[in-house]
Design a protein. Structure first.
Lengths: 258, 433
């Protein structure tokens, strides 16, 4: 028994290593000859539009697939229930409320990016929507000319000149990068910090605070998913991963530049 | 006297005059603009926002082993829009690379549903989902074989939804390549009489598939944007900048509806750039098609035949190789050898001829329930092909002066013609108001 386990384990390790290696190697390097080999058609030194720095591609593709399952078995059913149970106007209100809680983040990041109009915009939105908009349930700021403008810490780092780093697919959250993922962690810490202050001053109890915190988190996840039209593998393209990766990085470039 | 002269004139120039009296105010006179920008919403008729659309799935070949790479593709997908009461059913076949819920299919679903039809929509045989599950050869592009596959799918799909609807009669339509399929399917059905298809409407079909894909390939390859990765990046940047300018101007950001039109109003892109855009989008379709066909048949075209790809393998190198592979390359390097292998003695010209409407010209001429809707400036047509169609279809052709390739399908006048063709008893346009 012992012996069997002993030689089996290294074999398993070896198999695992092989698996990782095959995930990372250039496909055209292996296997039977093909009519149109990559060596003949791809210039390895050139930067193609589809190229995004993606050293963890095998892992990322794994998470991309995992996200499909999370989406299909968890998020989308939750969204379906939510949309069925909660009437549209209430969902609208919840959406506005949750977005309004992001205005402090937008303010801080506009400040860090040195964008004065962004700061003014965030302050005006937060005050108008919190007061006239009944705690953020309504959005009178938009018709008043203060449109929603999301600024996050990933963008701030980008504005400071930091590149995106390796592409990263986050579980549940989807396409990101090392920079944007770190930025997201910072934004979340900030969000927790200031909302905790408010919740604690209002309720005082730590247990209640955690409940509200989780409640907000789940609500945010469902609300965000509900607002997104995207469905995994709906493009039907075998290259969906490449397309999403390309669009994400272009989109972020755009957000940082403008 | 006057009336008869007028009538003579109308008869002399069959099809060139759109519906009498109605204004055809489609805005883009440039065919490339029309093809890319489509129809701005102010020119569209009112359509229902929500329709009872149900997605469904069938298995065509139960024995077929689906490669792991396509683990997410579980069966052939299609959709049904059902009326509550007995009604005629229209089959809709999507165009090249399009699936059963692409924008143009959804447009037709809404228009037909509004007019009281059931609608059963199918993906194009060139779409990966169809290649994986419903193509007998998994080497798409052969219009006869592909139409045979569609006909099989129609029977299975209808069989699956049969109990949910009461169908009074069957029609079929398609746009672009889907229009060619619709005609071939109708011709098969005229022989085999499974459905007894009554009316067939072809919207912007190519005449000769090879000619049209060659034109589409060239839109990309005749342009510097395809010369090097640097040029391609420059091309992407051009549209990024235009996108940003539009955002600055409108302060709104959405890919839906009129954003493209807003981009156009910001700064009309040069015709050459629009041509490349059409070429690029066609290449996206051909890339998916060729890759899927290669993996399904283990043809060893870009993926080694003995390589079993998994969901964590990078496909980016194949993406790049196929970025430099046109549909015509696929034709000569994979498609033609495959069919020559199957049908010894088959020549290249003979195969090209099979992929053409000329192969069923007699059927199209004879059958008075086959209608044609086209645009004189369609960018995928070779010289003389529009005239050929006019001659074959006679008064069953309605040719709009502008609209590019399918760009005007959502225009109120055009959509009214499409729907009118099916609602009208005779299936002829002169009887429609």
């Amino acid at each position: 028994m012992m012996r069997a386990a002993n030689w089996r384990n290294p074999l398993l390790c070896f198999a695992a290593c092989l698996l990782v290696l095959t995930a990372l190697e250039v496909p055209a390097a292996a296997g039977a000859p093909v009519k149109r080999p990559a060596e003949a058609y791809v210039d390895p030194s050139a930067q193609y539009p589809v190229d995004v720095y993606d050293p963890w591609e095998g892992f990322n593709r794994g998470v991309y697939r995992l996200n499909y399952y999370l989406d299909y078995y968890l998020l989308l059913p939750a969204v379906d229930v939510y949309e069925f149970v909660v009437p549209t106007f209430a969902r609208r209100g919840i959406h506005n409320f949750l977005r309004n809680l992001n205005e402090p983040r937008n303010f801080v990041n506009s400040l860090l990016q040195g964008r004065a109009e962004g700061c003014v915009n965030a302050v005006m939105r937060f005050t108008l929507n919190t007061s006239l908009g009944i705690g953020g349930l309504l959005d009178p700021a938009t018709p008043a000319g203060y449109r929603r403008r999301d600024e996050d810490f990933g963008q701030t780092l980008g504005v400071w000149g930091m590149g995106p780093g390796p592409y990263l697919v986050l579980p549940m959250l989807g396409p990101s990068s090392l920079r944007d993922g770190s930025g997201l962690a910072a934004d979340m810490a900030f969000y927790n910090w200031w909302t905790d202050m408010i919740i604690e001053s209002a309720s005082g109890s730590g247990k209640k605070r955690d409940l509200i915190r989780y409640g907000l988190f789940v609500q945010d996840a469902v609300d965000t998913r509900s607002a997104l039209d995207f469905r995994y593998f709906e493009t039907g393209s075998p290259f969906e991963y490449e397309l999403v990766r390309f669009l994400y990085s272009k989109w972020r470039e755009f957000e940082i530049r403008y | 006297m006057h009336k008869s002269i007028l009538l003579m004139l109308v008869l002399l120039v069959p099809g060139t005059v759109p519906a009498s009296g109605a204004a055809y105010d489609y805005p883009f006179v440039n065919a490339y603009e029309a093809t890319v920008l489509g129809t701005p919403s102010i020119y569209m008729p009112p359509l229902p926002e929500e329709i009872p659309r149900e997605d469904d799935m069938i298995t065509i070949f139960p024995e077929r082993r689906i490669p792991d790479l396509f683990w997410y593709s579980e069966g052939l997908r299609f959709s049904l829009v059902a009326q509550e009461k007995p009604a005629p059913l229209i089959f809709v076949v999507a165009g090249t690379g399009g699936d059963y819920r692409s924008g143009k299919v959804k447009l037709l679903q809404k228009a037909f549903y509004q007019a009281g039809f059931h609608v059963l929509s199918l993906s194009s045989p060139t779409h990966p989902n169809f290649i994986i599950h419903a193509s007998a050869t998994s080497i798409p592009g052969h219009v006869v074989e592909d139409s045979r596959d569609i006909y099989r799918v129609m029977q299975l799909a209808y069989g699956k939804v049969q109990e949910r609807i009461v169908v009074t009669q069957f029609h079929i339509t398609g746009y672009s390549l889907g229009a060619v399929h619709a005609a071939f399917v109708a011709q098969m059905d005229a022989r085999e009489k499974v459905f007894g298809i009554q009316k067939v409407l072809m919207v912007n079909p190519p005449v000769n598939l090879y000619n049209s894909v060659d034109i589409l390939d060239r839109m990309l390859t005749d342009n510097p944007a395809s010369d090097s990765p640097e040029e391609a990046r420059r091309f992407v940047d051009y549209f990024m900048t235009l996108f940003a300018e539009t955002y600055e101007r409108t302060q709104a950001l959405t890919f839906e509806g009129d954003f493209l039109y807003e981009m156009y109003k910001t700064r009309p892109p040069e015709e050459e750039k629009l041509g490349v855009l059409i070429g690029v989008s066609f290449r996206f379709a051909s890339r998916d098609l060729i890759f899927t066909a290669d993996v399904m048949t283990k043809a060893g075209y870009v993926v080694p035949a003995d390589r079993e790809l998994s969901s964590v393998d990078s496909l980016t190198p194949y993406f790049k190789v196929l970025g430099q592979t046109g549909f015509t390359d696929y034709y000569s390097e994979l498609f033609l050898p495959f069919f020559q292998d199957r049908y010894p003695g088959l020549t290249d010209p003979a195969l090209r001829e099979q992929m053409s409407l000329r192969g069923i010209e007699g059927f199209l001429r004879r059958n008075h329930n086959v209608g044609l809707l086209h645009n004189a400036d369609d960018v995928i047509m070779a010289p003389g092909e529009i005239d050929y169609l006019k001659e074959v279809f006679g008064d069953r052709a309605r040719i709009y002066p502008t609209g590019g390739h399918c760009g005007n399908m959502a225009h109120h006048e055009v959509l009214a013609s499409i729907v009118g063709f099916f609602t009208d008893r005779g299936g002829r346009w002169e009887e429609i108001q």
